[in-house]
Design a protein around this ligand. Structure first.
Ligand code: AMP
Ligand code: MG
Length: 518
């Protein structure tokens, strides 16, 4: 295996001078060199061959012992120096101070076909940022991160990617439900990949410490390599940089809303500076359409990170980033103008995204009303988001709408009169509205199917793959991986995954709600 290694991040940013792997506050540095922990019995369970190809690694090479050792931290690629990144963050609305890669270790940077990728292991052992935890990850959360990041990519949602999923062979102690019953679980390591793993918190940490020099250095580095179109460093281009991050963040969140993805932990340390979905923890997919839903049990009380609040939290996080960038901009008004624009853009982008989901490709002043009415109606009774939108494309004046979306209701037998009346009324308005469109039904179906996925990674699906993998059967991981490569295609032979969450999964741990334990 021959990789084109680059070390731009480590060469151009300040390293922690302390070489020891001890837990501590790391100042004046963007990262610390640290080696992954060797594992007892590494075993690669799955590889994303698309991602391997992007890195110039062949399918054959991914079956080698060297690859297995490399993606589990047991061998270091020649002439590379792994490192953990230093960052801080706001967690659940509060300043949390230094966090950093507590269990992520960056292996190297690869350049291939004009793209630069950072390859990182998650769950490869302690770093100076591990605080009170062990630096490890368990199989269940690793399966979830591995499958979801590749699924998001194929859905067209900006995301970090995954290269491989492996067992470490070590046992890891976790109190999964945080109820005082810790138990050993299988340890696992995901190798994940992104053009950059910098987070809002990577910038916040310098500002919090009054370290404007390193803040400026990191911003200049980020602009140079990731926003080169902005040109030379200047106050004006720092504002433009903030504007770009704002736009990318909004773009990402609109995609989340479109596919029904709920991140679950939108802390500023989990917000990528490139607007990528990052850190797949207690995330979930909407089954019943519900603005109030969050998969994260740790967020039960305030539901800060609920589906309907994601756009607001994106903005809240951007305020924290604005504060972090202030020392090199020193003007409030332009930052506020950018933040204000986010709200305006959110309204229009969100409206257009919903129009596309409904197959409306012209604009009508009454659309907002039609959409709000739909969202209210969807929430009257538990109605599956994915099934609803996918089936809606087949609506015509000859098909009674309610019949078409029957499969989406979780309790079809007990639909109240009120609910059926509301739906019938909505379909009347929808039918009238569709008449103003110019596309043929066939074209409309095609366009709607390109934005309304047929297959998403429902929590119970991951959980089934996890339960089987725990028993040593990895076939379902591959089945879901292949299914989710084409989430918008019909794939009639895989129709069983185009279904509501089964009732057995409603309250099963891992299938509906998750804690942060991972
Ligand atoms: P998360 O909520 O997973 O984004 O993690 C928040 C912070 O805790 C990050 O700094 C992580 O690196 C760190 N962290 C989470 N789990 C562990 C672990 N098992 N060992 C060490 N650090 C961890
Ligand atoms: Mg994180």
């Amino acid at each position: 295996m021959k990789l084109s290694i680059k070390n731009k991040f480590t060469e151009e940013n300040p390293a922690d001078p302390v070489a020891e792997n001890t837990r501590r506050q790391v100042e004046n540095a963007a990262y610390s060199y640290v080696l992954p922990k060797k594992t007892a019995n590494p075993k690669v369970l799955h590889v994303s061959l698309e991602m391997a190809t992007e890195l110039s690694i062949s399918a054959k090479e991914t079956t080698s012992e060297f690859f297995q050792d490399m993606v589990t931290g047991n061998q270091i690629y020649p002439n590379t120096k792994p490192y953990a990144m230093c960052y801080a963050g706001h967690q659940f609305g509060n300043w949390a101070g230094q966090l950093g890669d507590g269990r992520a270790i960056n292996l190297f940077e690869v350049e291939h076909q004009d793209k630069n990728w950072k390859v990182q292991l998650k769950g490869a052992g302690e770093t100076p940022y591990s605080r009170t935890a062990d630096g490890l990850a368990v199989l269940r959360s690793s399966v979830r991160e591995y499958l979801c990041s590749e699924a998001m990519f194929h859905l067209g949602v900006p995301t970090t990617r995954a290269l491989s999923l492996s067992l470490s062979g070590d046992a890891v102690l976790r109190d999964m439900l945080y109820d005082g019953h810790p138990a050993y679980e299988k340890g696992a390591i995901v190798s994940r990949v992104a053009p950059s793993f910098l987070r809002f918190g990577s910038f916040e940490i310098f500002t919090a410490r009054g370290d404007t020099k390193n803040l400026k250095g990191l911003v200049d580095y980020t602009i140079k390599h990731h926003f080169p179109q902005l040109g030379e460093a200047s106050k004006e281009n720092y504002i433009q940089f903030f504007k770009e991050v704002t736009e990318r963040t909004l773009e990402m969140i609109i995609h989340w809303q479109r596919v029904g993805f709920v991140h679950g932990v939108m802390n500023t340390d989990n917000m990528s500076i490139l607007g990528l979905t990052i850190d797949f923890g207690p995330y979930g997919w909407l089954e019943g359409f519900d603005f109030g839903w969050t998969p994260n049990t740790t967020d039960n009380q305030h539901k800060r990170y609920r589906y309907g609040n994601q756009p607001n939290i994106g903005l809240w996080n951007l305020y924290q980033l604005a504060n972090a960038l202030y020392p090199i901009i020193e003007e409030v008004a332009p930052l506020e103008a950018v933040l204000h624009q986010y709200k305006i853009d959110f309204e229009s982008k969100s409206l257009n995204m919903m129009r596309a989901k409904l197959g409306l490709f012209t604009e009508d002043p009454a659309d907002l009303n039609l959409i709000q009415n739909l969202e209210d109606t969807l929430q009257l009774t538990e109605t599956d988001m994915t099934l609803f939108f996918r089936n809606l494309s087949r609506f015509t004046s000859e098909t009674p709408g309610l019949k078409l979306i029957e499969a989406a209701f979780y309790d079809l037998e007990n639909l109240s009169k009120e609910v059926t009346t509301r739906w019938n009324l909505w379909f009347v308005t929808y039918e009238e509205r569709l008449q103003k469109e110019t596309l043929s039904q066939e074209e409309r179906i095609q366009k709607m199917n390109a934005v309304n996925p047929k297959y998403v990674l429902r929590n119970y699906m991951s959980q089934m793959a996890i339960d089987a993998a725990d028993e040593g059967d990895y076939a379902l991981i591959d089945e879901l991986f292949q299914l989710l490569k084409n989430p918008y295609s019909e794939q009639p032979e895989k129709e069983k995954w185009f279904a509501k969450r089964p009732e057995w999964a409603r309250d099963k741990v891992g299938c509906s709600r998750l804690s942060c334990s991972s």
